[in-house]
Design a protein. Sequence first.
Length: 538
Amino acid sequence: MSEDNQLQLLRNEVARRRTFAIISHPDAGKTTLTEKLLLYGGAIQEAGAVKARRATRHATSDWLEIEKQRGISVSSSVMQFEYNDHVINLLDTPGHQDFSEDTYRVLTAVDAAVMVIDAAKGVEAQTIKLLEVCRLRNTPIITFVNKFDREVRGPLDILEEIEQTLKIECAPVSWPIGMGKSFRGVFDLLTDRLLRFRGGEERRSSDEEIIQGLNNPRLDELFPGEVETLREEVDLLREASEPFDRERFLEGMQTPVFFGSGINNFGVQEVLHALIDWAPEPQARCAAEREVRPEEQPLTGFVFKIQANMDPKHRDRIAFFRVCSGRYQPGIKLKHLRSGREMRIANAQTFMANTRKASDEAFAGDILGIHNHGQLQIGDTLTEGETLGYRGIPYFAPELFCKARPLDPLKAKQLQKGLTELGEEGAIQVFTDSMGRKLLGAVGQLQFDIVAHRLQGEYNVDAQYEPADIYTARWLNFPDKDVRKQFLQRESASVAEDVDGNPVYLAPSRYKLQITQERFPNVGFHTTREHGEVLEQG
Ligand code: G4P
């Protein structure tokens, strides 16, 4: 293929890709929306009614046993499907706040997000946190206000809350008529037509009624009680609310807002169309050295997630790799920047709704699953030779700590192995103190439960977990060797090493942290550190 043709191929493939995540507070309807989107993409044939899923505690995107037991989405998964000649990569994020680190990492790999809001509950705690994360990268957000088939809050009220709480401008692009038992449908403000709601269908039927124009007499005929309110509200909106502005959306300043009912498949297709028409194609990404354009020939990308035991039949660990430029083809030779080694990738995987298959080719925006025996870690960059490192996937200073001890002392090695692997996977942070003891650090309590469960199930280790008396951790860097020596002499009992050998100060209390910082004003105390980063130590 000539160079021009190759460039054209890359441009075309990039242009038809959309990579996004759905974010929501638990129970707002993320799983339901995911299933309906997959249904449109033909990736699944039947959306398991979420109720049924809950009953059996199993969903297409749930892999880990513990998810089934608790009915929450713990691990993130990736699903690729095609729709209208576009390749859609949907990245699932754990809704539970205890997995905020994992969610953060997933959000570094997307170009857009869909935010689901429960219309009865409005903006909830986890929505606020997730949006803050999107803000850090100005990720464009499409909003879906869900559950209008129930008695919920008024749409104006919800818009106001989104604007005030999340500090993002709302541009309603559809408007609900009624709610609960009197939910009649959604008026599309951009095309000036009404989609009439009939509940209870898996797919919207092709003979559904579309009524063109706000003044169409058919509306008076069908909804004599509600049509006047609709007209008033639409007039008001057109005067008072911001019109949809794609530029502002792409800058992350404005969110188009859709209303609907995920479970009834109402408003879902509109969200999918918005993703295709408005959400950005894979964008240029900043590596430490330079900006990389998605249509550049050589393949580059980074690992944003490691997941073990996705398939219980194969005890494998998969590194999720976001392609940032170039083209993957089986057999490609890539340089692993952290180790400087070359890797030949023969059988990277593409993930569909509930299966995965060997990928034939992949382009910027796609997520590949690379089989991994510990060589790949979160944050690692792979390139076709260029020395280039993608940045921006941090570890956060944990706030909860515990010590792990095997009940059977003969299992100490197993415990060590398990913790090291789970630490590399990002399931938990593992520190080693000056006595060689392992300390686990987490952002949320549930992370400990998962680790205990997995150590038992995957490594056959029953361990005892005792809370450790630590207030928080700070990564240290020292201006010179003398300061380092002084610090370690004085504080050795509170200093541990992280997985990459960086020194970490484990503060027993807030007060002690403050005193120590005052005593060593030249020492850096950091609340985050990049994956794979080795801090300079004087
Ligand atoms: P999540 O992934 O964000 O946690 O939410 P999920 O899709 O699992 O949905 C949470 C609950 O909300 C489910 O009820 C689901 O059926 C319901 N739901 C989702 N979309 C809609 C909608 O458009 N209308 C209505 N009325 N309900 C919706 P569930 O499994 O029965 O649990 P629960 O209702 O007993 O809590």
